[in-house]
Every structure is written in structure tokens, then in C-alpha cells.
Design a binder for this molecule. Sequence first.
Ligand code: SF4
Length: 715
Amino acid sequence: MTETRSTCPYCGVGCGVIIESAGDAITGVRGDPDHPANFGRLCSKGSTLHLTATREVTLQTRLLQPMQRAARGATPQPIGWDAALELAADRFAATIAAHGADAVGFYISGQLLTEDYYVFNKLAKGLVGTNNVDSNSRLCMSSAVAGYKMTLGADAPPCCYDDIAHASTLFIAGSNTAYAHPIVFRRIEDARRANPALKIVVVDPRRTETAASADLHLAIAPGTDVALFNGLLHVMLWEGWTDAAYIAAHTSGFDALKARVRDFAPKDVARLCGIDEADLVQAARWFANIDATQPAGRAPTLSMYCQGLNQSTSGSLKNAALINLHLATAQIGRPGAGPFSLTGQPNAMGGREVGAMANLLSGHRDLADARDRDEVARLWGVVDVPSTPGLSAVEMFEAAADGALHALWIACTNPAQSMPDQATVRRALERCEFVVVQEAFATTATCGYADLLLPATTWGEKSGTVTNSERRISRVRAAVAAPGAARDDWAIAADFARRLEARLRASGGSRAVVERSLFEHASAEAIWNEHRETTRGRDLDIGGLDYARLEREPAQWPWPAGAGAGRSRLYADGIYPTADGRARFVDAAYEPPAERRDARFPFVLNTGRLRDQWHGMSRTGTVARLFGHVPEPAVEMNPSDMQRLRLADGDLVTVTSRRGAITLAAQASVAQAPAQAFIAMHWGDEFLSGAAGGPAETRAPGGAADARPGRAAGV
Ligand code: SF4
């Protein structure tokens, strides 16, 4: 048996795993006791990873050779790698020649490795000359990026997992940590055992498992988070719980925010959010944590937050309004204190670091800054990087549906199941003239729309790096050879890029200012080293983190050349990466949810993860035991709503939103407030045979919905 150290490919906790293999078969997996993210622990998903890589699962689910579809709707036929990539290069070159660089787009994934991300970003922004490269991280973490940049000046989570053990209050907002980040939740349980006085406040419209474990559950009305945070600041100001000295020395913009929160009186906020005024005041007291016995005059408060804040039409302001509270109370920059965004996907952080989104630039540079763009162009050897932000994920599909985006490359993600507004997404995929899907799994809904299917390696077969929520970079390592003709994602992208580059040079359309190819990388390590160069002197400088160093242990950035260690916490000195070194308060106005309940759509539909499933289930859906927790999709409703609608558990209902409908079983649950419904995010059409036809839009957080008894054939 061979043992290979690697990283779990599911959530942003980034747990270390030891893969056991014999020949080309992965035979087992266990937690890596030496990995600082998990110290040997794994959740139900991580501990069953080997069951997703059996020979049977591989044969049933994997894309094993390049395939071409001669026409939409036709059965795809095998094609060789050379012919496939030549075809792709021809079609992209022709599209660029006919319609310009912005007529093509790349939709990539927070599940790619940093090296994969790097090549796609350079391919789009450097070689093609378009910023139309965006990631499915747009759907989860882009609000966290904006929140950090608006307030602290850089997209850098200032905390670490160790802070959970140091905190006196944990303020968890919009995160069902128990399900979505189970190993972080184990740390919370440990912290409570070690410190029974630890206070846990959970902000969530649902009474999740995490909320049920809290000392105080603020079950706010969906979408009222900014009002809640402004109300908490109002109370803190009124009670004298803010830190005037810290505000004066290390921040700017407080006066405008102070004027803003004057209007957020506790009574009004409590009514708007649907909570008790006394609970609001208690949450403010525990957050501020005044304690004269502590050196800082207050005990530390750590906030942790996830999609409940991020996936919202006011997601950036929700993030900023929460960070405002940390700045106003100096709850940042010391053990146990700070705003800590929990990353959904395993490498959303790595994608942000290489700048592989439509409005970001490599090494946390600013797309709007001409000097930053020039630096990247020089590092890459291209004439420039375009200044106009590209199309975001949602815009990319809207543009394709409108006929403005002609060629689309999709890698390691399944938009035909996971994007909001499925009707538009599927119309986009149908209308787009050339769709390439680079995938490990042949079973995803998006594969059905591809003109060209390119088989990619996946967990256990590929090597590179990922960055978890606490800025810790871990190695991902291959334990077995790639199945069939599958190739690494970075290698597919680089091979395509070289072929496109040759065509652009031949036609005089090259943007390169160097003779050599822009994509000479012979290995993931070569890409990593190029990426490291782009970070030198930046806030995330990883000049000192070569593969040899990472072989020894996972490491947190920044880690500049010559440093002996990474940094666990940021901003201990109160100096922020802004022009004047001060953090910025954001004057966060409260905007109600974009869609409200009305007579036609009387429910608010919330979505979220289940404990044992991951995203669109292309991997977890292959493991029978992971269905033991929740065997089938359901719409959960408060018992009072079930009674009013004369529904019993198991009755089929059709849930209709303004964008689509889905038919599934009803289930009574006291975890849902009256007039709210919950559907887990995981199941798509592939799992819902018999659903009521047409697009089934189920992931519109905060969207309004209707639930009626249905007569569908079955779920
Ligand atoms: Fe994998 Fe996340 Fe579970 Fe850790 S907590 S084993 S990273 S799914």
C-alpha cells in the first residue's frame, strides 16, 4: 500500500488527508494527523472520498476521453486530444477575429487548483485580451472579497482557525457551520468544552443545527442583516461600548456611519428583523465584550460568516456592516478577535490570489489601476491587460443568451445545475455557438450542452496547491495515474493556449511582446513559481513558499522570501493596506431584499447545504451511505404552513418562483419560520426524474416562492 498526503477537495476548511492506494486503485483515506486544519479529523464527506474513486464509479461517472458533438443534441463521438484542441483553437481564433476578444469567455471554478486558475487567467487576460474570465466563486465569495477590500483595504481574511479557541464570543452569521464546515464546528465544540463561559450568537433565519447549539439565536427575517448590524452598532454607541481611541487612531469614515446608525433604534430594528429587542441588546453586549480584567479592556469576539451574508443583492454591504462592528470595538488583530469569512469551496481563495475573476488582477492588484495592469503585463510578457472589467459569471450567461458571447469555455463546474436562473443559463448554452466543457465527470447537466468535452483529472489524480479559509496553502498530490485519456486542468488549458497563440501570431493578432511562448510551463510547480513572482511585494507575498517548503508543511501567507514563518493574524499593529494606513468604515444603507413576498408568492425560499452532500452531487452522489442522512430532496415548511395548505409529510408539491418550478416532497420542520421554506441546494434535474418539466429554479436565496399541492408523476 502507498500513502500520499493530499487535501480534501470539498469545502474551504481544507482538511489534510492521507490517500491509501495500491497500484492505480485508491483503497482508503484517513485524516492527516499533522495537518493544522484538521489534525486528523475528517467529516462524513472527507472520510468517504475513496468510495468516490472506485473502478465502478470511475467507469460509470467519469469522462475518459475527448468527445465531440457534431450537432447539438447529437450523441458525442470520441476524438483525439490533438484534433480536439486544434478544433477548439480554430473556433476561438475565428470567433476573436470575427467579433473581438470580448466575444469569448471562460467560466471556471473554485474547485480548480491555484495552478489551473493561473493558466486560465493568463490565457484570458494576457493571451486573448479579455477580462471575461470568472469563477463560480462569484456566486459565493465575491461579496466577502468586496467586504474586505472596502473596509480593510485588501482581500485578506485576518484570522485563523486557532482564534476559535481564543474567543470569548463567537458571532456566527449566515453560516450553518455544523453542516457546511463540520471540522470547524468540531473546533467550536472543543472551544466550548474548554471554556464553558464561551458565548455563541448565531444569526440565521432558520433554526439550523448550528443555531440550535447557540446561547442566543437571532432568527432574523431573511435579508435584514445590514439593519441588524447597524442596530447593534447603535446599541454599542448608546451604551458606550465602542472604542473611541482605536477608531481615532486606526480608522476613517466613522462620522458618516455614526450618523447613519442613529436611525437604527433597537425597537425599530427588532421589529424589522423580527427579533426581541432584548436579544438585540444582549448580542451587542456579547459582541462588544467589555471586560476590565482583560489587557485590551474587552474579551475577544470572533465573527464567522458564509453564504447567508454573501449570496445576496446586498452581500458586499452585509460583509462591510459586520466588519464595521469589529472596527468600532477594536475586535481585530489579536488572538480570538476578527471578521473571519468561511470559504465555501476548497480553493476560492487561490482563485482570488491569482486574480482569476472578471474584476480582479493577479496578486491582489487592482484592475482599475494602470500601474498594476502594467506590472502584470510586464510579468506576463504581453502588451497590456485590458482595463474594462469583464463579464461576471451571471453576466456571461446573460450575454450568451443575448447572442453577444459566441464561444464559452467551462471548466470544473456545472452551471446547468448550479447557476441561478436556469432558464437563462440553458438558453445561453443552447445559443452559444461553441461550448467547451472541461470536466472530470460525464454525468453533469452541462455536459449535455457541450460541442467539445475534454476529460480532466480530479482528486487523487492531480497535483498542485489550494488555499483554505485561513490563508493556509496546502499541497494537493496525485496518488494514482489519470484514468483513460484524462489530463490535468492546467495542462489542457496551456496546450489549448499554445495552439491559440500560434494562430494569433500567424494572423498578426498576437498580444505577446516576447518571442517565447507565454505557456512554456512543463509542470504545476513551474506555474506555481511564476505565480509566486507575481506576489512579490504584495500583501499576499509568497516569495518564500516554494514547493520544497510546502512539502514540509502547509503554510499561511504572507510568507515573503527569507521569512521563517507565515502570519497567523493580520493587522495586529492597527495598520491597514489602504492609502493612509487606516481601515475604512462603510456607511452601509439598509436595502430590503430585491424580491419580497406577495399574494402570488407568499413564501420566502431559503437554500443551503446538507451535511453529507456537496454542491451538485457529481461526487457525493456516487456514495450510497451519504444518502443515509437525507435520502431525497424535500421542501421543508413550518408545520403551521403545512396545516394551512393541508399538506402531510411526503405529499408532492410544486414550488414555483418567478424564474421556474420544481416538484418535490413536502416535509414539516420547526426549523423553518412560518412563511419561509427551505430546499437544499444539491439536487438537480438528473436526480429529479419526474419533476414537473422545464427549468427547476431552486436556488434563489431570499427569493419569493409559492408551494402548492402538486400532481407530478413522482420525485
Ligand atoms: Fe473535507 Fe470540509 Fe469535511 Fe474537512 S470539513 S473533510 S475539508 S468536507
